[in-house]
Write a protein that binds this ligand. Structure first.
Ligand code: ARG
Length: 565
């Protein structure tokens, strides 16, 4: 897209810096008053004139050119009209030239971003509470990759803790490998719950669990083998979900990977005088920063979640030399991240400023069901399966003869679930509703996919149309509906950059919805297929550009776009 703000700023003779002036120029909300505007009241003081007089003077002096064709003073605003046909042509040719990768760039070349996301807990079910971290982390992975960064996706496994001692005791008493293989995590969870039920009346279980945990820590072969078995059963199950969601990781180094990597960092903190003893425990006092102390070693000598995260951050910096390390984790853990980031900062790691907690809100289901400790868990795979089933029913009703129905239902159902976690600014809590996320006319992923498929069917109907090969008559595009659509498409590359800078994939989601709605308005207002070949060609180019940006935008969110729906 042509940098109109810069072109305008370069032509204005006012006593403020180019930079400041550029930032004062905004896009207009209503095209009838021009495409860009400069509010002149902010120049009144330095120019010692009224805003109305400034706007009039600047308008009179303004020299138009092939990019900016008119400048008009209106009530203290200076409005600019761009050469709209040129802009349209630029946007469309940018999309075509990018060959399916519109919005990509190389601004990240040579830089590395680590993204810690999804981070499953071994022996625990993968539930709806894991949706946001998985969807947001994976989208950021794809967005940063598109911008040329080297991205390292990290699944910081929850694979350490005394609960694994209990798991082993329970498994040895009541478990069975064949059943666990078949039933997966559900069976492991059942055994774990049984342990807690039996424990009060069989106090010896507590001691046995402690012993087994100690054996895991010592690397005892039997303990190790059982633990690896639990890990395999858990990961095999989540892996099928990751495959369906198109989610990838480059590292699976979780909490236990840092078992032997905490002593160095702890010693360093001691040497710096940061660690104090408190009732036998070792802590970093953070009262000066209005935070409770960061607990690093318990009185029995065992380490904590924060100890491992500190070791992990130091290890990652050494291993990947990241420019940024993102942690896509629910806001409930705000304090944990603030604390350990602060500890690293106090320890003198200048890169502590590059650690970012990308926090998000909670997900609950419309019917009030939620994942709780009481075992009232809504599994992510059940949500996906149900969404896919419902998508299949809707498709069957709308388009009974559709080839590849099951594949399309999978793409639509999975897309709807992912989009529900990506549509709003991430910090908002989400109430998940099947009917809402699968509404083909709502602000949903199926609506975007449907619009994409509609674009394809128009292009198909047009027969021998072959994109940019044939010049179109762009005068057919000089109307408010097309202009609005083109401007939105033109803003896509900047939106991808903003989404990365703010760790906010929802900026892309929102733009895609705007584009789809603008497209549908364009389509209702203007016949695409017509007798005038040049006109038809120009409009088909708009359709093709829309399809390309919808497909690319959805891909950045991890959502596939079926050609037909
Ligand atoms: N497994 C943790 C949980 O379920 C999330 C881990 C997030 N990553 C980290 N480095 N702390 O709460």
């Amino acid at each position: 897209m042509i940098d109109y703000k810069k072109i305008i700023a370069d032509k204005l003779d006012v006593p403020v810096s180019r930079e400041e002036l550029t930032s004062m120029i905004t896009e207009t909300a209503d095209d009838t008053f021009g495409d860009f505007a400069l509010p002149c009241f902010r120049l009144a003081r330095s120019m010692r004139m009224s805003p109305v007089a400034i706007a009039e003077k600047l308008a009179a002096d303004f020299e138009t050119d092939e990019h900016i064709v008119k400048a008009e003073a209106v009530n203290g605003y200076l409005n600019f009209f761009v050469n709209r046909l040129e802009m349209t042509w630029e946007v469309i040719s940018d999309v075509f030239a990018a060959r399916g990768h519109y919005g990509d760039s190389d601004i990240g070349a040579g830089k590395t971003v680590c993204i810690d996301y999804s981070s499953v807990n071994i022996c625990k079910s993968f539930h709806i509470g894991h949706l946001s971290t998985t969807a947001i982390g994976s989208a950021l992975y794809k967005i940063y990759s598109a911008l040329g960064y080297r991205v390292v996706g990290i699944n910081h496994l929850g694979d350490y803790g005394t609960q694994f001692g209990k798991m082993i005791v329970a498994f040895k008493l009541w478990g069975d490998r064949t059943i666990a293989e078949k039933e997966g995590v559900a069976e492991l969870q059942r055994l774990y719950v049984k342990f807690h039920r039996e424990e009060p009346s069989h106090p010896e279980l507590t001691e046995q669990a402690r012993e087994w945990f100690a054996r895991i820590e010592k690397g005892d072969p039997e303990a190790q083998e059982l633990f690896e078995f639990f890990k395999r059963v858990t990961l095999e199950e989540v892996m099928t979900i990751y495959d369906r969601l198109n989610v990838r990781f480059d590292s699976w180094n979780g909490e236990s990977f840092f078992n032997d990597k905490m002593e160095g960092p702890l010693q360093l903190l001691r040497d710096k005088g940061l660690i104090t003893e408190s009732q036998g425990a070792q802590v970093v006092d953070l009262s000066e920063y209005d935070m409770p102390p960061c607990l690093l070693v318990k009185s029995d000598g065992s380490s904590l979640y924060a100890t491992r995260d500190i070791a992990a951050a130091i290890w990652r910096k050494k291993e990947y030399d990241f420019d940024k390390c993102l942690y896509v984790v629910a806001y409930q853990q705000n304090l944990h991240f603030k604390q350990f980031f602060k500890v690293l900062d106090l320890a003198g790691f200048e890169w502590a400023k590059d650690l970012v907690h990308v926090a998000f809100g909670m997900v609950s289901l419309e019917d009030g069901a939620m994942s709780t400790r009481k075992g009232n868990v809504v599994l992510l795979k059940d949500v996906i399966n149900k969404a896919v089933d419902k998508a299949g029913e809707i498709i069957e009703a709308k388009n009974p003869g559709l080839p590849n129905r099951d594949k399309v239902a999978e793409q639509v159902g999975v897309g709807a679930v992912l989009f529900s976690a990506l549509e709003n600014s991430r910090i908002k809590d989400i109430v998940f509703s099947y009917d809402r996320v699968l509404n083909f006319d709502g602000e949903t992923s199926p609506y975007l996919q449907y619009t994409y498929a509609r674009c394809n069917s128009i292009l198909e109907k047009a027969g021998d149309y072959k994109s940019s090969c044939v010049p179109g008559d762009y005068r057919a595009l000089d109307n408010p509906e097309t202009l609005r659509l083109i401007k939105l498409i033109g803003s896509f590359p900047q939106t991808v950059l903003d989404a990365a800078a703010k760790y906010e994939p929802s900026l892309i989601s929102a733009l895609l919805i705007d584009i789809a709605q603008a497209f549908n308005r364009f389509y209702i207002a203007h016949r695409v297929i017509s007798d005038n070949a040049a006109e038809q060609n120009a409009r088909l180019q708009v359709v093709e550009a829309t399809a390309a940006v919808l497909k690319r935008g959805l891909a950045l969110l991890g959502i596939e776009a079926p050609d037909k729906m």
